[in-house]
Design a protein around this ligand. Structure first.
Ligand code: MGD
Ligand code: MGD
Ligand code: SF4
Ligand code: MO
Length: 744
């Protein structure tokens, strides 16, 4: 009998990074518990954490790479697969050019530091313009907005609500009680939200659905989908009108305040009230209370991003924070100080580039090297120079997560090559030529490089793997490094040599961007890094060069990876500190309050305000026990009543002849689905809600539990041609739909 041991790591199923303690006996996971000694999460977990065990045990999860053959899936050695894939990719590039291979990165990459750190290297090897990712679905407006205002690439300049110290939290289009926070990493979201009210502060929620967060808040207002930008401009209008503008820490650090005042002139509360569905007197009160609070934070998430005016709404949120002196002040919105700054992976440019080129077919702007994900299908389907003939999918299920799945499925079916780094045969990977599984999250180590830019406290935590990886599976970084090297022409190079080469590239870039330790050289860095090869060594590099770092001996008390690893439960690096001046990286050296991208998009908003919507508007809905689509094969997380239902207000249900429990047919410009109806006062009249990530009835997929709880795929309805013009992001919330009773 072996002795059970306890492995500590961060839970990978959402951005909250709760600490878990996994009890392991041999190669069996005995239990998953909240780690009470984790200084950040203090024992909090939600039901999804148990998914670590279920995912580890899931019999449908692939433990061998697969190759599609005439007679079905065949197991293949991963190095053989990588060689075959490289040969096919090189042939495609020779025939059609580099842009013929597209790449799509999914959400789970953020929880796999190897994938995150080796992706830039792999992308350089691919040298394609067709880079899509899930951030180009869910965050593009925020990426554009923070880049234009602060001059930095995402996620290095995202103001995060200082939730533990704020007196007033205005939540617009986010449901942290269920999502546990996004671009605001914080374990125990419900507790932290309650904390605001318990301290005598106030939580106000604006949402077309009386969400779980709205239930917990002090105040909730229904708001019509897509109208947030107008509402925020009306609040800003009020601030100017009533002399409430006061820049605080941003004083002297901004440009074009008068342009903002001018822009807000047309958006008086009376003008926007009807469009938003909120009375003018209430809008004024919201603005006054926000300005009067000792400290206040306006926080917008998916509801302010994946909608018709995502960039304007994201702009409005940060303007409200800046104009009331809440940017960079305790209790307002602040910038984290991550332990392992990823800047080293970015080229050291001043400012941030967007629109350096446009997508081939619909001329959408490039954003920091990304193309809006909604253009993927047209780039595959439209013949001509630069047409995409192959896709490399890194942990994503785009046939369930991207807009207009029917069209995307048609596109994927005609590709010459699909390679998926994924551990399920699901709705998307069923079309792959090769599936390269990597170990499940419990089996691999991790460090939250990306999410540490978004935490509500500064922290660092090392996540251990359980040390009993099943099968002979490569880690994602090994796949990316090996295949990348082949694409760059380094045939036969050992992985260790490839990795040493990559380390030098990182070190060179880090020294160029990092001015803290002037006399360091790449040789010294490389010589002193003795952590194991792979992502660990890169994290060590970033930590030691970072704000808290030991500077490779220059500051012996400073942080190293070893010190982080020595603390089983994670290190609390303190409350967020003011650091605005060092964040601003625009050409002007000031926060750009009125970028032309935003100002030029205002007439479109005014046009929309003049129209009366004549259809129902469809929005999404997250569930506590799902993470997008991939947790639906885990029995504990899908048991119970069907969650994939259409929620609708009683008034609309009566008008449309819908009956609770019966089915409705929902039709948009691009598709039709049928879903069971739930009639509830939770939904604003005129709005209906369906969750995404379901529709697990694809014939070729092999996920038995999910197949028994199929639900329907809401992205059959979302429209790839409907997007936020300023960023190109597809509209996932606010899709016009017709709803009628389905024949029983
Ligand atoms: N209509 C609508 N659409 C939406 C949304 C919405 O609210 N409404 N939300 C959007 C958002 S916010 C996002 S982020 C995207 C998410 O969209 P995706 O990034 O496509 O996320 P998933 O659908 O969960 O797919 C994740 C894939 O990665 C695989 N995977 C998971 N973990 C691992 C791992 O550790 N290793 C390997 N090798 N594979 C892994 C899974 O098997 C699955 O195939 O969806 C977006 N789509
Ligand atoms: N349990 C769970 N947690 C998750 C995920 C999950 O799938 N399940 N996914 C993770 C991911 S990838 C992400 S990106 C985050 C997302 O984190 P959140 O943004 O907090 O999640 P959503 O539930 O999509 O919240 C969006 C809210 O906006 C509202 N809304 C819709 N349209 C509008 C609008 O036009 N205006 C306004 N004001 N509100 C609107 C919706 O009703 C909803 O309450 O969650 C993460 N955490
Ligand atoms: S809130 Fe739940 S899913 Fe998110 S990190 Fe914590 S335990 Fe995991
Ligand atoms: Mo997301």
């Amino acid at each position: 009998m072996s002795e059970p041991s306890i492995v500590h790591r961060a839970c990978p199923f959402c951005e909250a990074t709760c600490g878990v303690a996994i009890t392991v006996d041999g190669d069996t996971i005995v239990s998953v518990r909240g780690d009470k000694e984790d200084p950040f999460s203090q024992g909090f977990i939600c039901p999804k954490a148990y998914g670590l065990k279920e995912l580890y045990e899931d019999g449908d999860r692939l433990r061998r790479p697969l190759k599609r053959t005439g007679s079905g899936w065949q197991e293949i050695e991963w190095q053989t697969a990588v060689n075959e894939i490289a040969d096919r990719m090189i042939a495609i590039r020779e025939k059609h050019g580099n842009d013929a291979i597209g790449m799509y990165t999914g959400n789970p990459v953020v929880h796999d530091y190897g994938a995150l750190l080796y992706r830039p290297v792999f992308q350089r090897a691919l040298a394609t313009r067709n880079l899509f990712n899930s951030a180009a679905i869910d965050t593009l407006p925020k990426i554009v907005q923070t880049a234009l205002m602060f001059g930095r690439p995402f996620p290095t300049a995202v103001p995060v609500p200082d939730i533990d110290r704020t007196d007033h939290l205005l939540i617009i289009g986010a449901n942290p009680v269920v999502s546990h926070g996004s671009l605001m990493s914080m374990p125990n979201a419900p507790g932290r939200l309650k904390g605001v009210s318990d301290r005598g502060g106030k939580v106000v929620v604006l949402d077309p659905r009386r969400s779980e967060t709205a239930e917990l808040a002090d105040e909730h207002h229904f708001i019509r989908p897509g109208s947030d930008a107008a509402l925020l401009l009306a609040m800003i209008h009020t601030l100017f009108e009533e002399g409430l503008v006061s820049l605080g820490a941003a004083e002297g650090l901004t440009r074009d305040l008068d342009e903002v005042e001018k822009a807000a002139e047309d958006f008086s509360p009376e003008t926007v009230s009807n469009h938003c569905g909120i009375a003018a007197t209430e809008i004024r009160r919201l603005a006054r209370e926000f300005a009067a609070a000792e400290s206040a934070a306006c926080y917008g998430r998916l509801g302010t991003c994946v909608q018709e005016f995502g960039t304007l709404a994201s702009w409005g949120c940060d303007l409200l924070n800046i104009l009331t002196g809440n940017l960079d002040r305790p209790g307002g919105v602040m910038f984290t100080q991550p332990a392992a700054p990823i800047d080293a992976a970015f080229p050291p440019t001043k400012g941030f580039e967007i629109n350096r080129w446009q997508s081939r077919v619909s001329h959408q702007p490039e954003v920091g090297g990304l193309v809006p994900s909604s253009t993927m299908a047209e780039e595959i389907l439209t013949p001509g120079d630069g047409q995409v003939h192959a896709m490399f999918l890194l942990m994503t299920n785009p046939l369930r997560s991207a807009a207009n799945s029917t069209q995307l499925e048609r596109a994927f079916k005609q590709l010459d090559l699909i390679v998926a780094v994924d551990f399920y045969i699901n709705e998307t990977t069923q079309y792959a030529d090769y599936i390269l599984p990597t170990p499940s999250p419990a089996e691999h180590e991790h460090f939250d490089i990306g999410l540490n830019y978004l935490t509500v406290r500064n922290m660092a935590k090392w996540s251990n793997g359980i040390g009993a990886a099943q099968g002979d599976l490569p880690h994602s970084w090994e796949i990316l490094a090996t295949l990348g090297a082949r694409l760059m022409g380094f045939e036969g190079m050992a992985l260790s040599d490839i990795d040493d080469f990559i380390l030098r590239q990182y070190a060179d870039a880090a020294l160029e961007t990092n001015i803290q330790w002037q006399d360091l050289t790449t040789d010294e860095i490389v010589g002193k890094l003795d952590s194991p090869r792979g992502p660990q060594r890169l994290v060590d590099l970033l930590i030691r060069l970072g704000h808290y770092g030991d500077g490779f001996g220059r500051n012996p008390e400073g942080l190293t990876l070893e010190k982080v690893q020595a603390s089983d439960h994670g290190l609390d690096l303190g409350a967020l500190q003011p650091r605005l001046a060092e964040i601003i990286n625009t050409d002007s050296g000031k926060i750009e309050l009125a970028p032309p991208t935003m100002i030029d998009d205002l007439p479109r908003l005014q046009d929309r305000m003049r129209q009366t919507p004549d259809s129902m508007l469809l929005i999404g809905r997250r569930d506590l026990r799902s993470t997008n689509s991939f947790t639906h094969n885990l029995a504990a997380l899908v048991k119970g009543p069907d969650r994939c239902t259409l929620q609708i207000n009683p008034k609309d249900a009566t008008r449309l002849g819908l009956v609770d429990g019966q089915s409705a047919r929902i039709t948009s410009r691009v598709g039709t689905v049928v879903a069971p109806v739930v009639i509830t006062e939770e939904l604003m009249p005129g709005v209906a809600s369906l969750p995404h990530g379901w529709g697990h009835d694809a014939e070729g997929s092999q996920m038995q539990v999910a197949e028994n709880h199929p639900g329907i795929n809401s992205n059959v309805l979302t429209d790839d041609q409907a997007y936020d013009v300023a960023s190109g992001a597809a509209i996932l919330f606010g899709t016009p739909v017709q709803i009628e009773p389905a024949p029983q």
